[in-house]
Design a protein around this ligand. Structure first.
Ligand code: FAD
Ligand code: UDP
Length: 366
């Protein structure tokens, strides 16, 4: 065998595992079916602006070890994500905080806002939330649910909010302070020079082959290494033998505009159901660069079908049942390991993927 490990996928899970294994003296080959490294965090410099090609990425974590880890490869800026929501032409601050409550109801103090929310979520009193709709109403009440959550969520996921798992909405903080920081984590930022530079540094000194689809050449690739780390979709690896897992896909529409500032903010969400995109990203605001032009991307969600990029796992009960069947197959494998957002079918953020890869390599040592 030429390599100790063949790593399928040059996203964060693949790159971090490759880096750590290489550090341990293992011979590693990374293959990637796209023509670039980075997976979904890939950024491309376009006329002086780092464009987040697969959607806006803001790094955030409470874990100092992970923050120090990424900062050991590149420097991060101090970007704070404060998206706005556009509903019926009016703007609201996110996440749900005292600014949002003021904009919706005119409440000025935390006790006024808390009283309003208590009245708004009465319908959930004594009930345990069973789905995203009930969870949202029990967190912030019906007004916010109808204006800022229902339309966005149903576009994003292509399913009724009553059919979606509650945990999705628990990602968003609810605060009784005037604080528009979308994340509650201690550390937050964007790598200076882009995410591609971060992944390039993680992969420094490691052999990487681009434009190779493992599934198309698995027989010959299998022979190259003792062990395989696979970060693509787990159902695809098993040729959908139990059926297809569902994913949400995205279509990105990017334009360059001959003005220096389009929306004054990196992210503006469009929460009405009848506007087909979920958000507009204005890339230059992530890096606060000065240019006389700007680049914006509209994000259109769609149902995944074979051939599309799978972006989000749909972690509802039906899909989780199916995923468990694939996990049983994976558990019996001796020389193949599955990791990352697609192989673990998990709504992971970047810091969680890195943590998971570090943990995975640590376990290999024992
Ligand atoms: P991926 O990045 O998907 O990498 C897997 C790689 O494997 C891909 O490059 C793929 O091409 C390759 N591959 C798959 N199959 C094969 C095959 N058969 N042969 C060869 N190669 C293959 N996280 C945050 O922390 N903050 C954010 O703001 C944030 N925003 C996001 C916005 C969007 C729109 C999306 C979709 C995700 C966002 N995330 C964010 C999550 C983040 O993108 C992921 O946590 C992270 O990129 C997952 O890394 P990964 O290595 O598991 O997967
Ligand atoms: N969400 C919403 N309204 C918004 C933003 C988010 O209802 O304006 C809901 C929606 O269900 C979304 C979830 O909150 O899928 C998580 O949002 P997040 O911004 O974390 O999504 P991501 O960046 O991962 O797409």
């Amino acid at each position: 065998m030429k390599y100790d490990y063949l790593i399928v996928g040059a996203g964060l899970f693949g790159a971090v595992s490759a880096h750590e294994l290489n550090k341990m003296g293992k011979k590693v080959l990374v293959i990637e079916k796209r023509e670039h490294i980075g997976g979904n965090v890939y950024t491309e410099n376009y006329n002086g602006i780092q464009v987040h090609k697969y959607g806006a990425h803001i790094f955030h974590t409470n874990d100092k070890e992970i923050w120090d880890y990424v900062n050991s490869f590149v420097e991060f800026n101090r970007f704070t994500n404060s998206p706005l929501a556009n509903y019926l032409g009016r703007l609201y601050n996110l996440p749900f905080n005292m600014n949002t409550f003021y904009q919706l109801w005119g409440t000025k103090t935390p006790s006024e806002a808390a009283a309003k929310i208590a009245e708004q979520r009465k319908e959930m009193d004594g009930k345990e939330p069973q789905n995203l709709e009930e969870q949202a109403i029990s967190l912030v009440g019906r007004d916010i649910y109808e204006a800022l959550i229902k339309g966005y969520t149903e576009k994003q996921w292509g399913r009724k909010a009553t059919e979606l798992p509650a945990f999705i909405i628990r990602r968003l903080p609810v605060r009784f302070t005037y604080d528009n920081n979308y994340f509650s984590d201690k550390y937050q930022g964007v790598p200076i020079g882009g995410y591609t530079k971060l992944v390039e540094h993680i992969l420094a000194g490691i052999e990487v082959k681009l434009g190779i689809d493992f599934m198309a050449k698995r027989t010959e690739l299998d022979k190259l290494a003792d062990k395989i780390i696979y970060t693509g979709p787990i159902d695809e690896y098993y040729q959908y033998c139990f059926g297809k897992l569902e994913y949400r896909s995205l279509r990105f529409e990017t334009e360059e505009l001959a003005i220096d500032n389009y929306q004054g903010n990196a992210v503006v969400n469009y929460t009405e159901e009848n506007i087909p995109f979920t958000r507009i990203i204005e890339h230059k605001h992530f890096d606060q660069v000065e240019t006389d032009h700007t680049i914006i991307t509209k994000e259109y969600p769609s149902e995944w079908k074979e051939g599309d990029e799978p972006y989000y796992p749909v972690n509802d009960d039906k899909n989780m049942e199916l995923f468990k069947k694939y996990c049983l197959l994976a558990k019996n494998e001796k020389n193949i390991f599955f990791g990352g957002r697609l192989a673990e079918y998990k709504y992971y953020d970047m810091h969680q993927v890195i943590k998971s890869a570090l943990y995975f390599v640590e376990k290999l040592k024992s």
